[in-house]
Design a protein around this ligand. Structure first.
Ligand SMILES: [Zn+2]
Ligand SMILES: [Zn+2]
Length: 157
């Protein structure tokens, strides 16, 4: 009988590069949380659009974790980083935005998407808190965008 690796929870086409075992635990805990979030049903009275918030948030956190490992903490190799992207552990397009000026904290791609009306609409969470004035500023503290539940992701926040 072939030996089955107990260590790897996932089935990969290609064996993960060196260094994977060091971060596997963290990745597992992300996917557990995601599974839980998928099962979760919304509390009554909550608007429907909130149902994807948790998943989007977890996806964001996992991409950020991998982004930091490679670009900030320099703890993983390029090979492992590419492999993680290829295996969808991190959102390549979101990370590409984080490298751009003004998008360092972007929550999700939806919040910068051009609406179907072809009108560029800036999501409320992209508006810097500092530019919300007076009473709006008070209000700004409680704002969450509909796309992902973001409370503000402008670079200056
Ligand atoms: Zn946002
Ligand atoms: Zn968002």
């Amino acid at each position: 009988m072939p030996k089955v690796s107990r260590n790897h929870r996932y089935k990969f086409k290609k064996e993960p590069p060196e260094g994977f075992s060091k971060i596997e635990h963290a990745l597992n805990s992300f996917s557990e949380k995601m599974k839980e979030a998928e099962k979760q049903t919304l509390e009554v009275n909550r608007p429907k659009y909130e149902s994807t918030w948790k998943i989007t948030m977890l996806n964001h956190q996992r991409s950020r974790y991998i982004f930091d490992l490679y670009y900030k903490r320099k703890l993983i190799s390029r090979k492992l980083y590419d492999w993680l992207i290829a295996n969808k552990f991190a959102d390549k397009e979101l990370i590409a935005k984080w490298k751009k000026n003004g998008y360092e904290k972007l929550c999700c791609l939806q919040c910068i998407q051009v609406g179907n009306t072809n009108q560029q609409t800036t999501c409320i969470c992209r508006v810097p808190k500092a530019s919300m004035n007076g009473s709006d500023n008070e209000q700004g503290k409680h704002i969450r965008c509909k796309n992902c539940g973001c409370r503000g992701c402008a670079s200056t926040d």
